[in-house]
Write a protein that binds this ligand. Sequence first.
Ligand SMILES: NC(=O)c1ccc[n+]([C@@H]2O[C@H](COP(=O)([O-])OP(=O)(O)OC[C@H]3O[C@@H](n4cnc5c(N)ncnc54)[C@H](OP(=O)(O)O)[C@@H]3O)[C@@H](O)[C@H]2O)c1
Length: 249
Amino acid sequence: MSVVLVTGASAGFGKAICQKLIADGFSVIGTARRLDKLQELQKELGDKFLPLQLDVTDLTAIEALPGKIPPSFQPIDILINNAGLALGLEPANEVPFQYWDTMVHTNILGLIKLTHTLLPEMVKRNHGYIINLGSIAGTYPYKGGNVYGATKAFVRQFSLNLRTDLLGKKIRVTNIEPGLCGGTEFSNVRFGDDKKAAEVYTGVDFVTAGDIANTISWLISMPEHFNVNSIEIMPTAQAPAGMSVAKNM
Ligand SMILES: NC(=O)c1ccc[n+]([C@@H]2O[C@H](COP(=O)([O-])OP(=O)(O)OC[C@H]3O[C@@H](n4cnc5c(N)ncnc54)[C@H](OP(=O)(O)O)[C@@H]3O)[C@@H](O)[C@H]2O)c1
């Protein structure tokens, strides 16, 4: 039976992905910083779910991770690099540098370190699938998206470059690029203000974590010869609706 490792499994997309993939019959390793949330999830999902505490900004801990996984959850067939965050929506000249630092360490360094740690075994077995959580922010700029969007542009290009390096190997890579998705902690983390976070979703029929989990379930169910390079998903209520012009500057 195939084994999936999901980062950021304590909330939002990651939690929904674990729930869906366990229902699909996979064994799932769920990682995040909040072990209590993962342990709660294990109570719901049972023994085919392995909770493991991991801060993806701790590169030494990532390197040690394979040694902490019991044989029944090895080898890992599918890596879902989902852990990530946006901090703030201030313009570049006002945002605290710490926000940029944290986003780069989480969304870029954590993702590439985990990939670098697990990929050699996939190559050795000539089998595997890496699914990255990018964002439409990696393609379409928006005000205050400065470094968050740039980290997701990195993830998009890294995903494409991985496919290039892996040409000739039976290893798939997909970058998922969601737009506005609600029902997760994303905006609560971004604003550190639950009221402000709730306002983002008022009056919008948003994409849900379940929608993203169903998309991943479908991607995995497709045969090995079929690779989706990237998939952009927005709610019907969202579209790239034109450039802005500043007048009388
Ligand atoms: N929601 C959206 O609208 C949206 C749109 C496009 C893309 N995305 C991307 O989709 C992914 C998931 O977003 P979400 O909406 O599900 O957000 P979420 O509800 O805030 O969940 C984020 C997950 O990442 C984990 N995480 C954050 N920092 C971490 C760290 N240093 N080490 C380990 N785990 C860490 C969190 O767990 P702990 O706090 O327990 O560590 C949590 O489980 C992110 O990469 C995000 O950028 C989201």
